[in-house]
Design a binder for this molecule. Structure first.
Ligand code: HGY
Ligand code: MN
Ligand code: MN
Ligand code: MN
Length: 398
């Protein structure tokens, strides 16, 4: 039997690594001191649960059962300003289910906390590398917004690394997560059984104009890189309108201006351009439009333009058999309060689906918010989610 008290206590302990000073959130980006300390603590918990700990070169931490097993988990790194449950919930629920199952002499269950799901170096980097989509040697050259390479960052946890973990030992992967969106909160439902996960594209774009004096340079002579970003953003709205659906999203979430001073016309702007949709063709069409707009703005404003490498993950479907196991358990623990739904957030499950069948379950996010310190979920919903996960695992093994 899973122990809700122990599960909630462990969730709070994990939050203590990198706990934000305000609210309930955490600051635990991949390879930060807090992240590595949390990974040491997790490894310790896994060992106490009777699992064999292996840490691969990326810093993905596995707690392995003997022989073939189901794999449960998520990630324990956070956004630069993250919620306490994003990723952490799936890791701690996995730990609790593995621990309870082992104590009851049940079927073998392994646990994972993937590294850099939040994309300090890209998009779901740890599971992308583990799945074989991106070779580690290539990933090593990726840089965060501060210019640090992945190779430099992961050196900080080199002493934890034991070796590679063979995916062939796992029969499937189930990831529990908070919804991070408004659906379940609005309908007062407790469980979402995920059907699909959207695809994503993410790249850096650079406009280079001319740095100059903000007092003496007449407006018509400026080659202002920020104005180029601003014009680009306005055109996006306009030109994407006929291509997108209400589910399509795009975000400029990071802008770095050079030299970023009040009295200097910015000479250079580097910004992130990210877009997501459930349809690969639409993602491709959007890419064409985005590149066209950037070229148009650059030509019009005498900017030099460059595109960074584009990272992408395709939309994926969840495995029907694993989904059915979650549905059966949801009918028991949340009889009138579950639904099937797609995921607009990315998850490690996307990458793991290249290796084995995967499924996901969601619990509500209060107010539909995540990637903010304000993210939270009612304890009762966390516990229902844990029970659904535990029952689904038991039924899959049986
Ligand atoms: O942004 C995402 O969807 C993921 O949580 N990193
Ligand atoms: Mn997450
Ligand atoms: Mn996240
Ligand atoms: Mn001066």
């Amino acid at each position: 039997m899973v122990d809700p008290e122990r599960f909630l206590a462990d969730l709070h302990t994990l939050r203590s690594f990198g706990a934000a000073e305000v609210g309930k959130g955490v600051v635990r980006p991949a390879y930060s001191e807090a992240d590595i300390a949390a990974r040491h603590w997790l490894a310790h918990q896994m060992r106490d649960a009777g699992l064999r700990v292996e840490v691969d070169a990326m810093g993905n931490v596995f707690g392995l059962a003997d022989g073939p097993s189901l794999l449960l988990g998520s990630h324990s790194d956070s956004q630069p300003e993250g919620g306490w449950l994003d990723g952490a919930l799936g890791v701690i629920a996995a730990l609790e289910v593995a621990r309870a199952t082992k104590a009851a002499g049940g079927p073998p269950v392994s646990v994972v906390s993937f590294q850099d799901e939040e994309g300090r170096f890209g998009v779901t980097t740890g599971s992308t590398v583990w799945s074989g989509l991106l070779p580690l040697e290539k990933a090593d050259g990726l840089r965060d917004h501060g210019g640090v390479t992945l190779a430099e960052a992961r050196a900080a946890m080199a002493e934890m690394v034991t070796g590679a973990v063979d995916p062939a030992q796992f029969s499937g992967f189930v990831e529990m997560h908070i919804e991070q969106g408004p659906t379940l909160d609005a309908t007062h439902e407790q469980i979402g059984v995920v059907t699909d996960i959207v695809g994503i594209r993410d790249m850096k774009i650079t406009f280079e104009g001319q740095q100059n004096h903000a007092g003496t340079t007449p407006m018509h002579l400026r080659r202002d890189a920020f104005q180029a970003v601003s014009a680009f953003n306005t055109l996006l709205e306009d030109r994407l309108r006929n291509v997108v659906t209400p589910q399509t999203v795009w975000t400029i979430g990071h802008v770095s201006l050079h030299p970023n001073a009040s009295s200097i016309v910015p000479g250079k702007a580097v910004f992130s351009m990210q877009w997501r949709d459930g349809d690969s063709d639409r993602l491709r069409r959007m890419e064409e439009i985005i590149r066209e707009i950037a070229q148009e703005v650059a030509a019009h404003r005498s900017m030099q333009l460059s595109f960074g490498p584009m990272l992408g993950l395709e939309p994926v479907h969840m495995d029907p058999k694993l989904q059915d196991a979650l549905v059966r358990a949801a009918r028991v623990h949340a009889p009138e309060t579950w639904r099937k739904m797609p995921s607009g957030a990315l998850h490690d499950a996307t990458n793991v689906s290249r290796l084995m069948p995967v499924a996901m379950l969601f619990v509500p996010s209060i107010g539909g918010v995540s990637h903010t310190f304000d993210e939270d979920t009612d304890e009762a919903d966390l516990v229902v989610g844990l029970k659904v996960l535990a029952d689904a695992v038991a039924s899959l093994a049986g």
